[in-house]
Design a protein around this ligand. Structure first.
Ligand code: SF4
Ligand code: SF4
Length: 353
């Protein structure tokens, strides 16, 4: 028998208005997440890079906060620091971005936490029998959460084809070291014939992995974490190995599996927002035009199911190459890898509510 999970869809089509509270309550009713009185419930979000305008709005997070509170739980809205060196690279700067994006206690009715410490190195290792990774450093605060609700803005991604629940777990809930263990495989190379030895990449690199030698940039592979900040080389002399993106997805699935293993099946659930579906991730601090009209919100206990269902729906609306046209990849490797790790099922039943 083929195992199938349910994905519940609150479809915007045919509805005159969208009431976030009603939508989230209807979806949540089908999930029946276990929350006991006084327990801490993590609500994982991505609060958007500074300048991004399509990140998940706090107005869509607040109804989940209320649901948790109404069931006696203590919600905490959280994310982790980034590997790349922009405004969310440390917890203090990230809190400033969160404020600017409306993620305040006043607006949410819950605390906002950067879960991997001030600099992003606060975590502990979880052992896994992953396809590649055998241990993953998960953000310390995640260990203190009794249940986890993962809210993801579903969109395209230049390294993984698309980003949804699996990415939000695997990349979004781990420390810098946990992120580096995945990103390292993307460590870039310098095209010497293009390099003019200007040193910009040396100044950019926050990990001391780049230096100039005989007027050409060199990257120390031991130090490089694959953050890809140096791709901004003004001469276009740095490129990352495109053919390593499949392995990157496998590593990400391993990391997602490690995070998920901390929660029993009735202690974790996922919501994917198929709204403002852009070609690129919310880590880009720019305005991006959505590729399709807003579709709705999906919910599931299964991260593989919810991502596969999200991808299918978006491809149905925008064409199967909607993300491929931008990234020359479909992102199916992360689904296959996560399914092979027992995280869930690509076979699913879509239930409209
Ligand atoms: S920024 Fe580009 S051109 Fe300048 S040293 Fe680095 S690789 Fe060379
Ligand atoms: S060399 Fe480039 S990719 Fe590697 S850590 Fe430095 S900036 Fe990041």
């Amino acid at each position: 028998m083929v195992y199938m999970s349910q994905a519940y869809l609150y479809n915007f089509e045919g509805r005159n208005s969208f009431i976030a509270e009603e939508a989230m309550e209807k979806l949540y009713e089908n999930l029946n997440l276990q929350i006991d009185e006084g327990e801490i419930v993590g609500i994982k979000v991505h609060m958007g890079e500074y300048g991004n305008r399509t990140f998940l709005r706090p107005q869509n997070v607040k109804p989940i906060v209320d649901i948790v509170k109404n069931r006696g739980g203590t919600p905490v809205v959280f994310d982790t620091t980034t590997l790349y060196n922009k405004r969310r690279n440390n917890a203090l700067d990230y809190h400033d971005v969160a404020l600017e994006h409306g993620y305040t206690h006043e607006a949410l009715g819950a605390h906002v936490l950067i879960a991997d410490g001030i600099r992003g190195y606060d975590g502990a290792c979880v052992k896994i029998d992953g396809g590649i990774l055998k241990e993953v450093e998960v953000a310390s605060a995640v260990f203190d959460m009794d249940s986890l609700i993962v809210l993801s803005h579903f969109k395209g991604h230049n390294l993984t084809g698309f980003g949804g629940a699996i990415k939000n777990l695997g990349m979004g809930c781990v420390t810098k070291q946990g992120k580096a263990a995945q990103h390292k495989v993307l460590s870039p190379e310098v095209m010497e014939e293009k390099c003019v030895g200007c040193g910009t990449c040396v100044d950019i690199c926050a990990y001391g992995a780049s230096h100039i030698e005989e007027e050409v940039a060199r990257i120390d592979k031991e130090r490089c974490v694959g953050c890809l900040d140096c791709l901004s080389c003004p001469e276009g002399a740095i490129r990352f190995p495109l053919d390593k993106r499949d392995e990157f997805q496998e590593r990400m699935a391993d990391a997602a599996c490690a995070v998920k293993s901390l929660f029993d099946d009735d202690r974790i659930c996922f919501f994917n927002f198929l709204t403002d579906v852009t070609a690129y991730c919310d880590c880009l601090g720019v305005y991006m035009q959505p590729l399709i009209p807003d579709v709705g919100i999906l919910a599931s206990h299964d991260p593989v199911t919810i991502d596969k269902a999200s991808l299918d729906i978006v491809c149905k609306k925008g064409g199967k190459d909607i993300f491929y046209a931008h990234h020359k990849m479909y992102g199916e490797v992360q689904l296959e890898a996560a399914e092979s790790l027992g995280m869930g099922s690509v076979g699913y039943e879509l239930v409209e509510i």
